[in-house]
Design a protein around this ligand. Structure first.
Ligand code: PHE
Length: 348
């Protein structure tokens, strides 16, 4: 009988020890440790079951019953405690991760167009209104189109005007300006009249500085017809400047030199920063240069397949980055392609 007593006592003690220990378990890990200790295979209750066979036959049912009671008591206490701990954890999480739904949302960053793309689109729209078609020609050009056909023969000192990136293939280069597109357009359109805009990236082998980049856009204009005069050049370019800078902008043409136009000129607009009085942007001149232009040289017309005794034309080339720099007071042309979002984000 002493053995029977002993087992009952052990079960009672096991239960008496387990319940307060359960109250001490404060989190999921402690709960699991408690479960292993008090309901696991080597716990007193489970031992009572596995040793049932060794107990005298007549008290086995009583032991089994008692062990079951203890086991159920522990299991239900465990369930209650573990529910409570889950509840606590949830409450804590709710407290800590409290959402204030009245706070303003976090703004999503939005992409935007590159300032240069915007500038080009504005220019294209204006040119389309003026009847110019966009005509694209290659960035990798031949020496012929970039120079020789534009009346700049090999070894002519005028080539010094354009510092050139040559490719490894002799006779090919990255175009230094959009003017080679003039001859390409003429050769494709001859003998029809032409009114095209030739936009695109140009490259120059230069020391970069605040005012010059090794790559930049140009937008070239070419008009060829039977009676095109310098008056058409002046009228068209003045109109263009007004459409870009506003009706009241004043312009002037200065004589200049390009091998592929004769006569050649450069157009200035009145400085819109100081209104012509003189400031740092216009270097106190009151004027800002916006484009080079001229009447298409007879040699170039001929190279394009037009008889210069019957046909004439004018051409102009402008630098949209430079125009944006003047307009927005951008001090350094290198900002355009250095992809610094702090710069790009200012243009929305
Ligand atoms: N291609 C010239 C330049 O890059 C600009 C220009 C174009 C001048 C057309 C006259 C006519 O400087």
């Amino acid at each position: 009988m002493s053995e029977d007593h002993e087992i009952f006592t052990r079960l009672d003690q096991a239960q008496a020890a387990a319940l307060p220990a359960l109250e001490q378990a404060g989190d999921e890990a402690a709960l699991q440790a408690w479960k292993t200790a008090h309901l696991g295979r080597s716990s007193a209750v489970m031992q009572a079951f596995s040793q049932l066979g060794q107990a005298p036959k007549e008290i086995r049912p009583a032991i089994g019953q008692r062990a079951n009671q203890v086991k159920l008591a522990l299991e239900s206490a465990f369930a209650i405690r573990s529910q409570a701990i889950k509840e606590q954890a949830l409450q804590r999480a709710l407290q800590q991760e409290k959402l204030d739904v009245t706070l303003p949302g976090r703004p999503q960053p939005r992409g935007r167009m590159h300032p240069e793309s915007r500038a080009l689109e504005t220019i294209y729209t204006i040119l389309a209104e003026m009847g110019f078609q966009i005509f694209r020609t290659p960035e990798v050009e031949t020496d012929d189109y970039n120079f020789s056909l534009l009346n700049i023969p090999a070894y002519h000192p005028a080539r010094d005007m354009w510092d050139t990136f040559h490719t490894t293939r002799p006779g090919t280069l990255l175009r230094t300006h959009t003017s080679p597109g003039q001859v390409r357009a003429m050769r494709q359109r001859a003998p029809e009249p032409i009114r095209v805009a030739l936009p695109g990236m140009c490259y120059r082998y230069e020391q970069t500085s605040a005012r010059s980049e090794i790559q930049f856009n140009q937008v070239e204009l070419l008009v060829v017809g039977r009676n095109i005069t310098f008056g058409d050049l002046k009228g068209t370019l003045t109109d263009l400047a007004r459409r870009i800078y506003g009706d009241n902008v004043r312009t002037r043409l200065r004589p200049s030199y390009f091998p592929f136009t004769e006569p050649s000129g450069e157009m200035d607009v009145e400085c819109f920063v100081c209104g012509g009085k003189g400031c740092a942007v216009c270097k106190n001149s009151g004027w800002l240069e916006i484009l080079g232009c001229g009447m298409v040289h007879p040699v170039v017309l001929q190279n394009g397949g037009y008889d210069p005794s019957e046909w004439s034309g004018f051409a102009a080339g402008m630098g949209p980055e430079r125009m944006s720099m003047l307009r927005y007071g951008i001090e350094d042309i290198r900002y355009f392609w250095s992809n610094d979002v702090r710069f790009l984000e200012q243009f929305s």
